[in-house]
Design a binder for this molecule. Structure first.
Ligand code: NAD
Length: 358
């Protein structure tokens, strides 16, 4: 089986789907790897390191399996050959057109977003590996935008109180944000609509904010709130947010616009110099004043909505993603040949171009 590693074409996308360490481990298992020249450059990996790891530099698009990070553009879909397999982030819930185009092109596509969130598949869970990067980086952004320290300081020139940090939505990114804020010396508090998260929040040394709304949905995700719940939540958060120096939001509901948690009035109630980092900008933002992709100052509060934060740490983000991709690949290989077993719920779940049986 030949696996092709492409050079990402999306603006600002610096990650690569396989790093040389993982290439070496796959080639030792009999997989042939072709890397597009410059594929690793965004992550500071020159072609030579791929060659040393056993890959060849060439055309990855005609490989049996093409591995990618970002969803393919139309031009990229046109380069894929019928009968080939594509693995990567494919945004299956928001990109029906490109899934249709992949189907029409005869490409067997596996979306890493659709891998079931079960224990056995944790090693392949690219949503989690990249959310960890985003949660970490969000806190660093908040700290650098803040007019105040994160840690408590006792100095000859006076004492500084630690920053209070509220994380709204405690999935993988939120939990990493809480842990990172704690490591920086801040006082983190977590809030979510899934009550089961409370123990995880406490386990990283953060406090749990309980607003009495339970919206646990299917598969470990949250459901969308009813109109009444949404109003109740916004009002309660408006009060709670006043006491925080930093608010980091990560709340998502699969396939839906990001829930609005932070109203304009809540921002207005924050102390001047406070910071909001909204990680939900891609689906519209959790804060009413968010401008996706921008950093704006409203009511003397800085609101950042970075897009694709994992790409800003391309080295480790690519390393973790590579591990996810190689684990998924290995699940599909039998004696070095691609032979996905669709009775395996992980592969059946991840494959988005196969007609699903009822
Ligand atoms: P996500 O990115 O879909 O959402 C982030 C968080 O936002 C979630 O915790 C969600 O409950 C919360 N949220 C949604 N609407 C909200 C609202 N109105 N107010 C407040 N919070 C709101 O979540 P994720 O990081 O992808 O994690 C989803 C689930 O998957 C979790 O249960 C997680 O533990 C689980 N998970 C399981 C595995 C595994 O076992 N393989 C791996 C990773 C994650």
């Amino acid at each position: 089986t030949v696996v092709g590693v492409v050079r990402e074409s999306g603006e600002g996308e610096r990650r690569v789907a396989l790093v040389p360490k993982i290439v070496a481990s796959l080639t030792s298992k009999g997989v042939e790897i072709v890397v597009e020249s410059g594929a690793g450059l965004g992550a500071l990996i020159p072609d030579e390191l791929y060659v040393e790891a056993g890959a060849t530099i060439g055309d990855p698009w005609s490989a049996d399996v093409v591995v990618k990070v970002a969803p393919p553009s139309d031009a990229e879909i046109a380069k894929l050959t019928s009968g080939s397999t594509l693995i990567g982030f494919l945004a299956p819930r928001n990109a029906e057109n490109s899934i249709g185009a992949l189907k029409a092109a005869g490409v067997q596509a596996f979306a890493v977003e659709a891998i079931p969130r079960i224990s056995r598949a944790q090693v392949m869970d690219a949503l989690s590996s990249q959310a960890n990067v985003a949660g970490y980086k969000a806190v660093l952004l908040a700290a650098s935008e803040s007019t105040r320290f994160f840690p408590m300081l006792t100095t000859a020139a006076g004492t500084v109180k630690p920053a209070t940090v509220l994380v709204l939505g405690v999935g993988v990114a939120g939990l990493q944000a809480l842990a990172t804020a704690k490591r920086l010396g801040g006082r983190p508090t977590g809030y979510d609509v899934r009550p089961e998260v409370a123990d995880q929040v406490r386990s990283v040394g953060a406090q749990w904010l309980d607003l009495g709304i339970d919206a646990a949905g299917e598969g470990g995700y949250a459901r969308e709130l009813t109109e009444d719940e949404r109003v109740q939540q916004q009002k309660a958060l408006e009060e709670a947010i006043k006491g925080f120096d930093v608010v980091i939001t990560t709340a998502l509901v699969p396939g839906r616009p990001a829930p609005r948690l932070v109203t304009a009035a809540a921002v207005e109630g924050m102390k001047p110099g406070s910071v909001v980092v909204d990680l939900a900008g891609e689906t519209g933002g959790n804060c009413e004043l968010t401008e996706p992709g921008q950093t704006v100052v409203k009511h003397d509060v800085t609101i950042c909505s970075p897009l694709n934060l994992p790409a800003s740490m391309p080295e480790h983000a690519s390393e973790l993603y590579s591990k996810n991709i190689s684990a998924l690949l290995e699940l599909m290989l039998v004696d070095g040949k691609l032979a996905p077993d669709f009775s395996d719920e992980v592969l059946a779940g991840a494959c988005v171009t196969r007609e699903k049986e009822n």
